[in-house]
Design a protein around this ligand. Structure first.
Ligand code: NAD
Length: 484
């Protein structure tokens, strides 16, 4: 079985690591590849070539830098189906979900192509007689992204296109669970003709990440993953003087008011809770019904959960694919059991389903726990599986209190026909992304927001905030006297 190579200084090269991990198709438990746990020396090599490449890349005009991104956009379009298939193979999500993921990746490339406008500074003449002042933006140097398993293609694109367009050079460390998609994407990056050293791929896990966070030549790090690791990397990177943006985990609530369009709400809630096998940071994980919404919503969501088609994501009919690995399946099933022992009622039990033809796969059918105690472990832990906890309150104020009691702040949704209730929720709910009658998923020219333990840092990925993150401002005050 091939061990996946790294891509450093414009060349594919085998890692010198002696330790490897297996990359497994979660739908079949089939071995797909082996990924090396690259050493600190390989991170060092990538950082050194990226620092060297930065010298001329930063001097390449922005209008020229974006030409590589235009080429990348067309290559990503051409190979979208192939990349989506790879995402499904290694991550387990459905093909439709993989295609949508790559569509969002491409959108970010498109937005970053506007860098000649987005990177402009400001200028004011005559701040005092004959004195001019301007603010310019300059790239930082070598930057790096550390990515999670849940979106093997998209997450790197919240950062990479902006970093390159702004004139930085880059290193990507994909999740060791899903490294195949980045192999395909780097083949396309290679085809764009980007100068050597501008983009680099280093596979690995903790030791590789630690080497990135410690490396003196790496100026800025974008991390996406679980909250404990996000916090640890944020603190350590910041202590090392780096600019940091670290997205963490989530526990997203949806609130259903009695006046909501129940059929539409149920369809969106089911997709949000059970799509992507519940493994996205934007999945709904808790549904809070208010007043009379309880009865209708509970019955409707249970029916939707029972009807959902679970199986291999490559099958077009499938709506919920496998969870990422055997350890994750065991962990999720353990949390469901804990929910039951803490007093919740198992309304729909999706544990250990038999998926014909895929008996070895890591599947969990949609699961619903009812009457979940807001103080219980299941109510406060990120489950990262197709499990929805139902809670009930008497009014919107109580619902907003439950939303705001969470340690996480990634996303919250409200379903209602009332504009006043919608405004109150948007105004008072303490999460970085809000959905009103829709599940929120910010497109590329808005920041991918998040707060509390869902985000450590100041500037988020995507759009203008990415441009701010990947540039250093410099203020220049000038006075020229005309010699007579
Ligand atoms: P993870 O934290 O286990 O791993 C993320 C990355 O960190 C990987 O590249 C991994 O190699 C590395 N890593 C893991 N443990 C480490 C350690 N101890 N020291 C140094 N590096 C380490 O996360 P995951 O399981 O791959 O991804 C799922 C998590 O990501 C969930 O919590 C999900 O909510 C979160 N996520 C958040 C967002 C967001 O925007 N907030 C988006 C996607 C995923």
């Amino acid at each position: 079985m091939n061990i996946l190579p790294n891509y450093i200084n414009g060349k594919w090269q085998n890692s010198t690591a002696t330790e490897h991990l297996e990359v497994i198709n979660p739908a079949t438990a089939e071995l797909l590849a082996k990924v090396p746990l690259s050493l600190a020396s390989e991170v060092n090599q990538a950082a050194e070539v990226a620092a060297k490449a930065f010298i001329s890349w930063r001097r390449t005009p922005a209008t020229e830098r974006v030409q590589y991104l235009f080429i990348l956009k067309y290559l990503l379009e051409e190979y979208l189906e192939d990349i989506a298939r790879t995402i499904t193979l290694e991550c387990g999500k459905t093909l439709t979900e993989s295609r949508v993921e790559m569509r969002r990746a491409i959108e970010n490339v498109e937005i970053a192509c506007g860098i000649p406008m987005m990177m402009q500074g400001t200028n004011l003449e005559d701040i005092a007689g004959g004195i001019d002042e301007k603010m310019i933006r300059q790239p930082l140097g070598v930057c790096a992204a550390i990515c999670p398993f849940s979106f093997p293609g998209m997450i790197a694109f919240w950062f990479l296109p902006y970093a390159l367009a702004c004139g930085n050079t880059y290193i990507i460390k994909p999740s060791e669970k899903v490294p195949l998609t980045m192999q395909k994407i780097f083949q396309l990056l290679q085809q764009t003709g980007l100068p050597k050293g501008v983009v680099n791929l280093v596979n690995g896990s903790k030791e590789t990440v630690d080497a990135i966070v410690e490396h003196p030549q790496i100026q800025a790090i974008s991390f996406v993953g679980s909250s404990p690791v996000a916090k640890y990397i944020y603190s350590w990177g910041a202590a090392n003087g780096k600019r940091m943006q670290c997205q963490g985990g989530a526990k997203n609530p949806i609130v259903v008011l009695p006046d909501a369009d129940m059929a539409r709400t149920t369809r969106i809630a089911a997709d949000s809770a059970f799509g992507l096998a519940g493994q996205s940071c934007l999945n709904a994980s808790v549904a809070i019904t208010v007043g009379k919404a309880k009865e209708t919503f509970t019955q409707a969501i249970a029916e939707a959960a029972n009807k959902r088609i679970v199986g291999n994501g490559l099958d077009d009919k499938v709506q919920t694919g496998a969870v990422i690995d055997a350890g994750s399946k065991t962990r999720i099933e353990g949390l469901i059991e804990k929910g039951v022992s803490s007093g919740a009622k198992l309304l729909v039990d999706g544990r250990n389903p038999l998926i014909s033809g895929y008996e070895q796969g890591y599947f969990i059918r949609p699961t619903i726990l009812q009457d979940v105690d807001p103080l219980s472990e299941i109510a406060n832990t990120e489950i990262l599986g197709p499990v929805l906890s139902l809670m009930h309150v008497n009014n919107i104020d109580e619902a907003i209190s439950l939303v705001n009691n969470s340690q996480f702040g990634n996303m919250a949704c409200l379903f209602t026909a009332s504009g006043a209730a919608a405004r109150k929720f948007r105004y008072e709910a303490e999460t970085g992304n809000i959905g009103i009658n829709i599940a929120a998923s910010p497109i590329a020219f808005f920041p991918f927001s998040g707060c509390k333990k869902s985000f450590f840092g100041d500037l988020h990925g995507q759009g203008n905030q990415a441009v701010e993150f990947f540039t250093q401002t410099k203020v220049v005050v000038e006075q020229w006297t005309v010699s007579s």
